[in-house]
Write a protein that binds this ligand. Structure first.
Ligand code: FAD
Ligand code: SF4
Length: 479
């Protein structure tokens, strides 16, 4: 009976007047649409303490049940309210190895904040913003520990772990193993470590120095990064198995899906992955001082309505586009992107062409894209997912002038490593099959986690998978 009484007490407390949520300052839309600086500027110490004081310190904190890595949210928020940011940081780090990243990019509205008891009042505690504040304060002061939560690593065990890929899944696994005294080598195909955190998510949402701090933290506890090494090509999983006591595969799901409509091979049609990688990893925004150019688009059309589409559209604006349209075959209500990202895109001037689907891309005599033909749609009956199915309005098509098209329909697994690794069981969709408890694959002592197991998902879920596998590796290898 007690828990029920506790919960109803909290509901009563929540019904009392609670101060409104503290807003986070942002760069003005007309300024930020022309630069790659971070859009959201973060709380000041006073703002953070004021926001933390809104927390009811529930006996049964529902917020924690919404967090995939179970950060003790109530406890860290209590420390923020008291002004002890070091204590708050230690509490967060006990469960989350990349808090400055998660505070910025996790979909908190569907996770911890979605469960916060104050949501009944419409304004949950701003848990993500507080997490970000605490992590940033730590980065600035460098007062406490590094990425794994402790600089005091266990004594070396003489055992070795190889991680393939360097996204959040591998980074989390690597940090856990290294701090337990295992030698860790991370092998990354690209010339910079960090996965989607560096090549996908733009700097105006996740500054690259934040990711660099986390990578440097790992390097400082002994993790070795080997760049430009491609599993399945310049690196063989079987050979790694001979040399290492355990192998973790965290290669993500980076193979772009295309529309499959005529004209998609015209000059000026890109996948979001390529476009964003050129700008973010290649620093094309700084061309010609940097080597990599981006395709210059004046009239840009982006297909898709998830976070990747918003990132591509907002990046195109910052690269100097005169107009940017997002084309989606359903309505705004069905868009899968975070509401905050949709609102930020709108404020910056991105236009939304809803209930429209591409029919074909049209080019000039030089095979350069000049427009896209769109089919008007309307919403019909609900499909098996419960969403109303978009159906074409007969005879209703129109052309949208476009010289750069960016396809952001999603990604799937890249077969390079999987095809070169016999005995690695895969699902019918081409993702690696693992034991749910341990993350172990069909090959003994070879583990996998993140998007290569689940399909494209989120940073925090990839970290959760890296953590599960890392814990199992430590359990097996550390006496
Ligand atoms: C543009 C964009 C925006 C996003 N925004 C958000 C967001 O706001 N919030 C959120 O939670 N999630 C977001 N996501 C999703 C999130 O980034 C991913 O779910 C997460 O990064 C997956 O982590 P991972 O470690 O599995 O793989 P990844 O981050 O994809 O990292 C895999 C790494 O492995 C490397 N690799 C691939 N193949 C090989 C090989 N054969 N050998 C060696 N290395 C290899 C890759 O180069 C890459 O560095 C976004 C994704 C994209 C693309
Ligand atoms: S964050 Fe929300 S759910 Fe969590 S302890 Fe505070 S008020 Fe309760």
């Amino acid at each position: 009976m007690m828990p029920v009484m506790g919960a109803s007490m909290e509901t009563k407390k929540a019904k009392k007047t609670v101060a409104p949520r503290v807003d986070m300052p942002c760069q003005p839309a007309e300024v930020r649409r022309a630069n790659f600086e971070e859009v959201a500027l973060g709380y000041t110490r006073e703002m953070a303490m004021q926001e933390a004081a809104r927390c009811l310190q529930c006996k049964k904190p529902l917020c924690v049940t919404g967090c995939p890595v179970e950060v003790p949210i109530r406890d860290f928020v209590a420390e923020v309210a008291k002004g002890d940011m070091d204590a708050a940081y230690r509490i967060i780090k006990s469960a989350n190895s990349l808090p400055a990243v998660c505070g910025r990019v996790c979909p908190q509205e569907n996770q911890c904040e979605g469960k916060c008891i104050l949501k009944a009042k419409g304004q949950p505690v701003a848990i993500g913003r507080l997490e970000r504040f605490v992590a940033d304060t730590h980065i600035v002061s460098s007062a406490c520990e590094q990425v794994t939560g402790s600089n005091a690593c266990a004594r070396p065990t003489g055992k070795k772990v190889a991680c393939i890929g360097s996204g959040p899944a591998s980074l989390t696994c690597a940090g856990l193993c290294a701090s337990a005294g295992l030698q860790v080598d991370v092998f990354e195909a690209l010339h910079e470590a960090g996965g989607v955190l560096v090549y996908g998510i733009p700097a105006f949402r996740l500054p690259k120095n934040i990711v660099a701090v986390e990578i440097n933290g790992l390097a400082s506890i002994g993790v070795n990064f080997h760049l430009n090494r491609v599993g399945g090509r310049t690196l063989d999983v079987e050979e790694l198995r001979q040399e290492y006591d355990a192998v973790f595969i965290g290669v993500g799901a980076g193979l772009p899906v295309f529309l499959g409509v005529p004209g998609e091979n015209l000059v000026g049609v890109f996948s979001a992955n390529e476009y964003l990688t050129r700008v973010n990893l290649g620093r094309a925004y700084d061309f010609p001082r940097q080597d990599t150019p981006a395709y210059p688009g004046k009239h840009v059309t982006v297909f898709g309505a998830g976070n990747v589409a918003m990132d591509a559209a907002r990046t195109a604006l910052r690269m100097g586009a005169e107009s940017v349209h997002i084309v989606y075959r359903r309505t705004r209500a069905e868009m899968p992107a975070r509401l905050e990202e949709i609102e930020h895109a709108e404020e910056e001037g991105v236009q939304f062409a809803m209930l429209a689907a591409p029919v074909c891309f049209n080019g000039d005599a030089d095979m350069r894209l000049c427009s896209v033909t769109l089919q008007k749609m309307e919403l019909g009956e609900a499909d098996s997912s419960g969403r109303r199915r978009p159906v074409p309005v007969e005879g209703a098509t129109y052309d949208l002038p476009t010289d750069l098209a960016i396809v952001a329909l999603g990604t799937r697994s890249n077969p390079i490593l999987l095809d070169a690794t016999p005995g690695l069981a895969q699902s019918k969709w081409g993702y690696i099959e693992v034991d749910e408890e341990t993350g172990e694959t069909s090959l003994p002592n070879v583990f996998a986690g993140g998007d290569i197991v689940t399909g494209a998902a989120t940073v925090i879920l990839a970290m959760g998978a890296g953590r599960r596998a890392g814990q199992e590796i430590v359990r097996r290898l550390v006496p």
